[in-house]
Design a protein. Sequence first.
Length: 414
Amino acid sequence: MPPPPRPRIFHGWIVVGAAFAVMFAGFGVGYSFGAFFTELEREFAARRGDLAIVFAISGALYFGLGLASGAAADRWGPRRVAFLGMAIMTVGLVLASRADALWQIYLASGLGIGIGVGFSYVPSLGAVQPWFQRRRAFASGIAIAGIGAGTLVIPPTAAWLVDGLGWRTSYLVLAAGTLVVGGGGALLLDSRPQRRGLAPDGLPAGPQAAQRATGVDFRTAVRSQPFRLLALAAFLTSFGIFTPFVHLAPAAVDLGATAPMAAALLGIIGAGSILGRFVIGSAADRFGRRQALIGVVAAQAALLLFWSLADRYWMLAAFAGAFGVSYGGYVALMPTLCADFFGARAIGAVMGAVFSGISVGCLLGPPIAGFAFDATGSYAWPVAGCALLTAVAAAASLRLPDPDRWTDRAGGAG
């Protein structure tokens, strides 16, 4: 009996599109907090440090829950876990629209968005990795471009909604979009190409391909030098990655920009990150993912130093675009390097463990920058501190071994 015909579209690309939709909704809504910042500041007479805690809570949970959600996805499948995340996020946004005190925003927006993204990010991104080998960074870049596209579209849209409908109704509109786009994408996730008779990159499944997709177990991975270096770099860069998403828009307002101009900076980061995911991800597949990671982390350090010295709106806009490119490349490269070193056997748990350190930096970085501004009236010193930590992360990345050579010593991890 002849084998069934191969589908015209490799199913791995459908999974990539599903992951794109989940991250578009999750991170796009999460990173739109800057569009609500000024209105919430007025509504609750809050300091910037107090408001930054809202984003810090959610951002910490994005990655602090990665280990648990990744392990759950390895066991029960990414579809169930990611859809649960999108449902929780929807409920949180609805409750935020009814908040009468800042602590309710902490719980509804901070916890609701944080848990929602935390349950969906690692499972959706982890679902992509087993479908690709040769074009893994490119495929991951497309999936993670959902973050950039969401950041490009949703924060400016949220600012327009807040201006026209008020912040409470705007939260309800975002809730509906999250359920439709993010929830719909979650239902299409699948991390088992072998169930369709396929190996990575659409090849027919076979013994050699199955062995390649297995990799090392979680315990072996977390005891290795590459894991420690990747986790350290992720932790150190997290301070500088998340501070702009909270404080770049208020910094622009301080320089005389209007609220729409300030919110546009987040859109510029999103546009730059889309470019970074495609260009850097594709180039990294050809010229080396380790080398690309070193380059983008070093670039982030230099750009944060530039921001600390910026005193014009155009300088913030230039920072936003260039930072978006480096950030986009960075978030595309980290999961692919996890898969390169450790394979797909426990990819969800490994990625979650690497990213768990990010939660600490996200929890501390934006509030520290906010309270430093409250005390000094300037973002210069906290942003320069973020640049220093990111430079140390670049030095840690330099110590990473070559993934192919380390794989050989580890007995076929990738």
